[in-house]
Design a binder for this molecule. Structure first.
Ligand code: SF4
Length: 315
């Protein structure tokens, strides 16, 4: 097939979406080109809820495996396809369900809290899920004080700092991409762009977050950039900087540590891959055994319930 211009490829993809009655959902870390042809863009939880509420029967998730699996759990009546079958996450593979089960047996009084960025097997062993955006408020609202947080150790450290009234044990490790940023990267950026605020992902190491002007989830960093008058140094996966730059060319966004903040798994999904996945020539249909789906849905439902109780109390 002759090489097509991106604008032509995007039109072909939109046509295929209509023909196959498929909605395309893009994770925040997708390239701006993918976000442009997507029906929804957001974090893993946003996409799972959007899948559950979508009018389309077929959903193509552009992201990594745990995001597509979470969508499949929350939208069991939909056909969920992952854009690239090799798009895994090195962080989620580092924790085995057997170790979590063993921890529970040895510590029955500890509440096991998992990030939505985790495998279904880990979710199935948890009491409650959190997203990077709601983690602090959900954990503050828990009735139990002893907590194990996993699998994102860096996010866990940030939560432990923000919720000192709870005893929070943190599983070591985290996102290798965000954890690759060091203190010296922030110091370098500050020297290069003095007086420009630095927005740092709460999933970075504590030595990095403690030097930030703003700390938050990716959704919160996006809002911070949108609300800012003009200048922000972004310390999150490179796609956020690319998207913000494209959306707000009049503002001054800078990427911190550009050679480090690249998730190779997220980069596997290209426009060509999206087109092939819509034709069922690429990607993978996500099938989750019923019992695993039921067990993994419980901690997500527990989070939704707690969030709605908090919301009702506020109104
Ligand atoms: Fe995994 Fe980090 Fe890549 Fe997200 S950015 S998929 S947590 S390695």
């Amino acid at each position: 097939m002759p090489i097509r211009e991106p604008i032509v490829l995007k039109e072909d993809i939109k046509q295929l979406k209509r023909e196959t009655d498929t909605a395309v959902f893009a994770h925040n870390y997708m390239d701006p080109d993918i976000v442009e042809i997507a029906d929804v863009c957001g974090d893993g939880f946003d996409l799972a809820m959007a899948a559950a509420n979508a009018p389309q029967k077929n959903i193509l998730i552009c992201g990594v495996r745990y995001i597509a699996e979470t969508a499949a759990v929350m939208a069991p009546d939909k056909n969920i396809r992952l854009s690239h079958s090799q798009a895994g996450c090195p962080m989620t593979g580092r924790v085995s369900a057997a170790r979590v089960e063993m921890f529970r047996e040895q510590n029955p009084d500890v509440c096991i809290v998992v990030s939505i960025n985790s495998s279904l097997q880990i979710k199935a062993n948890a009491d409650i899920c959190v997203t990077p955006t709601n983690a602090v408020s959900v954990i503050r609202a828990l009735s139990r004080d002893k907590i194990l947080f996993l699998p994102d150790g860096s996010l866990g450290e940030y939560i432990a700092k923000m919720v000192p009234e709870k005893q929070i044990e943190v599983w070591p490790g985290g996102c290798p991409v965000l954890r690759s940023v060091e203190r010296s990267d922030i110091e370098l950026a500050r020297r290069k762009w003095p007086n420009v605020p630095v927005a740092v992902s709460s999933r970075c190491r504590s030595e990095v977050t403690e030097l930030a002007d703003m700390i938050g989830s990716t959704n919160e960093i996006i809002s911070f950039c949108e609300d800012s008058a003009h200048e922000v140094i972004i310390c999150d996966e490179m796609a956020i900087h690319a998207r913000m730059n494209e959306k707000y060319p009049e503002k001054f966004f800078k990427q911190l540590a550009p050679s480090k903040l690249i998730c190779n798994s997220m980069r596997l999904t290209t426009l060509e891959i999206v087109e092939r996945a819509l034709k069922q020539e690429a990607g993978e249909q996500i099938l989750v055994p019923f019992d695993l789906a039921d067990a993994a849905r419980e901690p997500i439902d527990a989070m939704i319930k707690l969030m709605s109780v908090k919301k009702r109390k506020r109104t």
